[in-house]
Design a protein around this ligand. Structure first.
Ligand code: ADP
Length: 487
């Protein structure tokens, strides 16, 4: 059938339409999970670093509270042994001045702000000084790398892909290097440490590469959709085949019904001739035998001829017996689109056409609505297509073409069936529509005569001709439902 590659295309589209959103959803979900994990880790890192920073504020406040300027043992110098991130402690006793002006400036600020203040931050060396103003001023030198409590760290610093940094006034210190690729999705986190005395930003960055997407799940989903659609397609095909078989069966029944009428007409025609001959011959024989002397020889030959004609009649009756088993159906005229009727017939014959290696070419401008008995019309088209296929089977596969044209002119719609078969012999052409005329072995010779009768019954015509270049052309004309040209 001409539309089967298109149907295949629709199935592929359906497969893409169902599987792609699923793939996007799986990928999006995975990214969301990775983002959530990243943000949780980044928040924990921020909290841990903030806790350490706040600790320094507390230590300075404790020193200011507890230490007196007269304490000469300088116990604050023992702090680095307790807190490894504290590298050094400086102290300015009351009445003395700081050895460096930046500490004096920081202490002034601290006095105003009433909290510890950053005196100097050297990110290159990863250290900074923190100063608190009091009667006895104190300054702590902090190792920035010691800010990170690695034992409580939520990631494995050597292998984690997340980069963690501290940033302040254009300076940057990398605490955990991570691995940042150039493609994929980037997650960012930035937040101030939770103390004003050490106004650093905790910055975390992570880059999720394409390789980290759950490809296994995505492929499994795509495959699952393909399997499900294949199942649906299989069921659909089965249903199609069943429908086609049922329609063929119905058409076969109708064909037999119509054939009966045709057979009766053909019979009358075929049996009438031999009967008339039998009558004439037997009357002649009777007359010859009544003569004196009786002409026995001529009477015998007349009787032999009568026997022959009677046998011919018996043969026709025998054919009738074999072919008939149902009564004739009724004709119901309605508006029918020739295109639709043709499509149905083609649908029913699709497997045979395919086996015959024929792809019909359709030439139609649009719908052609004719007045016809839908069932009879289908039967005529079915017969014409069957005949065309039988003709095409007599030529090599590569030369088989079947062109179906639809057109409407004046008050008639036409279907033209042109095959590239051997065409119709000149002596066959005049008898083509005669009942029981066939050139095929096993042919009944009723198909075309029935088609012609059905066409006439629907106020149409069926004609046959040879094509100018090759093959036979059968033209079915039927009255248009609305005559062309009338509004
Ligand atoms: P059957 O098919 O039983 O022979 P038909 O009435 O359908 O009876 O056909 C009668 C004859 O018309 C066929 O035997 C064949 O010789 C001829 N015929 C029908 N269609 C074609 C065609 N498309 N090309 C050539 N000959 C055809």
């Amino acid at each position: 059938m001409w539309n089967s590659p298109r149907a295949q295309g629709w199935w592929i589209l359906a497969w893409l339409a169902v599987s792609l959103p699923g793939v996007v959803w799986i990928g999006h979900n995975a990214l969301e999970q990775l983002r959530e994990a990243f943000e949780t880790d980044a928040r924990i890192v921020h909290r841990l670093l903030s806790q350490r920073a706040v600790q320094h504020d507390a230590i300075l406040s404790m020193l200011a509270l507890l230490q007196s300027s007269s304490d000469a043992t300088r116990p604050e110098q023992r702090l680095p042994s307790v807190y490894p991130q504290i590298l050094a402690v400086k102290r300015r006793d009351g009445g003395q001045a700081w050895d460096e002006p930046r500490f004096a400036a920081a202490e002034r600020q601290s006095r105003q702000a009433r909290r510890p203040v950053l005196a100097a931050a050297d990110f290159a060396k990863a250290r900074y000084w923190l100063v608190l103003a009091a009667d006895t001023g104190y300054a702590l030198q902090i190792d920035m790398r010691g800010l990170a409590p690695w034992s409580e760290w939520p990631m494995r610093p050597e292998t984690s892909s997340v980069r963690v940094m501290l940033e302040y006034a254009g300076q940057r210190l990398v605490l955990q290097p991570g691995s940042i690729g150039s493609t994929g999705w980037r997650f960012d986190f930035a937040k101030h440490l939770a103390t004003d005395s050490q106004p650093f930003d905790v910055v975390a960055v992570s880059q999720v590469g394409w390789s980290q997407l759950p490809w296994g799940w995505m492929l499994a989903w795509v495959a699952l959709v393909a399997v499900l659609l294949a199942g649906v397609q299989g069921a659909h095909r089965q249903r199609e085949a069943r429908r086609r078989a049922e329609a063929l069966l119905r058409l076969g029944k109708v064909a037999r019904l119509n054939a009966l009428g045709e057979l009766a007409a053909g019979m009358a025609h075929e049996v009438n001739q031999p009967l008339a001959a039998v009558l004439a011959n037997t009357q002649a024989a009777k007359r010859l035998l009544a003569d004196t002397p009786p002409d026995i020889e001529t009477a015998q030959s007349a009787m032999a001829s009568a026997v022959q004609q009677a046998q011919r009649a018996a043969e026709v009756v025998g054919r009738l017996r074999r072919a008939v088993d149902a009564p004739e159906g009724a004709t119901e005229i309605a508006a029918v689109d020739l295109h639709t009727a043709l499509s149905r017939a083609l649908y029913l014959l699709a497997p045979q056409l395919q086996a015959c290696g024929v792809t019909p070419a359709l030439q139609a401008a649009g719908a052609v609505n004719v007045l016809a008995d839908p069932v009879a019309l289908e039967q005529v088209i079915h017969n014409l297509l069957l005949n065309a296929m039988q003709a095409l089977e007599r030529v090599p596969r590569g030369e088989r073409t079947l062109t179906l044209s639809l057109n409407a002119a004046a008050a008639q719609g036409a279907l033209i069936v042109h095959d590239s078969g051997p065409g119709i012999a000149a002596d066959v052409l005049p008898r083509l529509f005669d009942p029981f005329f066939t050139t095929r072995d096993g042919g009944l010779g009723l198909g075309l005569s029935l088609c012609e009768t059905l066409a006439t019954r629907m106020n149409g015509t069926l004609t046959a001709a040879n094509h100018a270049t090759r093959g036979a052309v059968f033209t079915l004309r039927l009255p248009l439902a609305e005559a062309v040209g009338t509004p």
